[in-house]
Design a protein around this ligand. Structure first.
Ligand SMILES: Cc1cc2nc3c(=O)[nH]c(=O)nc-3n(C[C@H](O)[C@H](O)[C@H](O)COP(=O)(O)OP(=O)(O)OC[C@H]3O[C@@H](n4cnc5c(N)ncnc54)[C@H](O)[C@@H]3O)c2cc1C
Length: 292
């Protein structure tokens, strides 16, 4: 099958892209890496009359890493850039650790941070990383810039807080505090496939060796990345010892109601949630901790 005919616009400036988006409204689609959109067009699951290509828009591909380790990445930063930057690996180890799990290298060469977050596949890695890192998402519309915390940006399957006339322009990842432990793992049928289920987590340990904050995020487990609130609550204030992961991992499925599909049954996803949370936490707690 081939895509239905569409007009193609390639603005050079953000204001031109926003103007085109306002003018064409729901008839338009933004094109980033095209790795999710192009298949949708080819299958005619999307038939926009206009494509607005973001690839030539000035300033959307900037990646800046501040001395404290906080990062701002423009929406058009490619997955492969996030994967291959040694400075980013030091500043944001969790983000860096997840990148090899995103699809295949050819797809990471084209796919973008903004495209992945906007597409909001519930089994995708980057949305979960954004929630685990408490990232701030920058949305530019005709009336200016607004910021949404990643935890509020994802609203359902392929559904986000983006308004029809807005463009996701960048993402800010806060600096990792000293003593932060982080972990990432997932299970997929083949490497490069979307995850059946995955876990991204950060655990902050204070000078006395107790957990002072935790964000444990599951993906592939619901319609969007979800925090395992019962696990997080059980971690708080506990000594970050060897048996802690085993004691709290069973809570990973509290409030969870995963789907059954061709990839995995709901029961299997629940089992994966418990096992992956335990293993990922064990490894993270045994590490020396990142941050500056
Ligand atoms: C075979 C295959 C395997 C894959 N496996 C995985 C995987 O394991 N994990 C994973 O996470 N992803 C996977 N992907 C998807 C891939 O990571 C995509 O790159 C990503 O989901 C979309 O990014 P993109 O830049 O290609 O966006 P596009 O495909 O260009 O756009 C996707 C959607 O987001 C909208 N959009 C794009 N940019 C913006 C923006 N700045 N502001 C507002 N809206 C925007 C578009 O209009 C479109 O609706 C896979 C893709 C393929 C083809």
């Amino acid at each position: 099958m081939k895509a239905a005919a569409f007009d193609y616009l390639a603005p050079r400036r953000l204001d031109e892209a926003l103007e085109a988006l306002s003018r064409h409204g729901e008839d338009a689609k933004l094109l980033a890496g095209g790795q999710s959109l192009a298949p949708l067009l080819a299958l005619r699951l999307a038939s926009p009359s206009v494509l607005i290509d973001l690839n030539r828009v000035d300033g959307l591909s900037d990646l800046s890493i501040a001395p404290d380790g906080s990062v701002r990445a423009g929406a058009m930063v490619r997955s492969r850039t996030l994967e291959c930057s040694p400075a980013l690996a030091r500043a944001q180890p969790l983000l860096h650790a997840a990148m090899p799990w995103v699809a295949h290298v050819q797809i990471r060469n084209r796919g973008t941070l903004g495209g992945s977050l906007s597409h909001a596949d519930p089994s995708a890695e980057l949305p979960a990383i954004a929630v685990a890192c408490d990232a701030t998402i920058e949305l530019q519309g005709p009336c200016g810039l607004r910021e949404v915390q990643a935890g509020r940006f994802f609203q359902g399957m392929f559904t986000t807080a983006l308004a029809a006339d807005e463009i996701l322009v960048g993402v800010r990842f806060p600096a990792c505090p000293a003593g932060r432990r982080q972990g990432f793992s997932e299970v997929a049928r083949r490497h490069g496939d979307y995850a059946m289920l995955g876990v991204a987590l950060t655990v902050d340990v204070d000078a006395g060796g107790r957990v002072s904050a935790a964000r444990v995020v599951l993906f592939g487990a619901a319609d969007m990345p979800v925090r395992a609130g019962a696990v997080e609550a059980a971690l708080l204030g506990e000594p970050a010892g060897a048996d802690l992961a085993r004691r709290v991992a069973g809570l990973a499925t509290e409030g969870l109601d995963p789907r059954s599909d061709h990839q995995a049954s709901a029961a299997y996803r629940c089992e994966l949630a418990r096992v992956l949370v335990r293993r990922t936490l064990e490894k993270a707690l045994a590490s020396t901790g990142a941050g500056r």
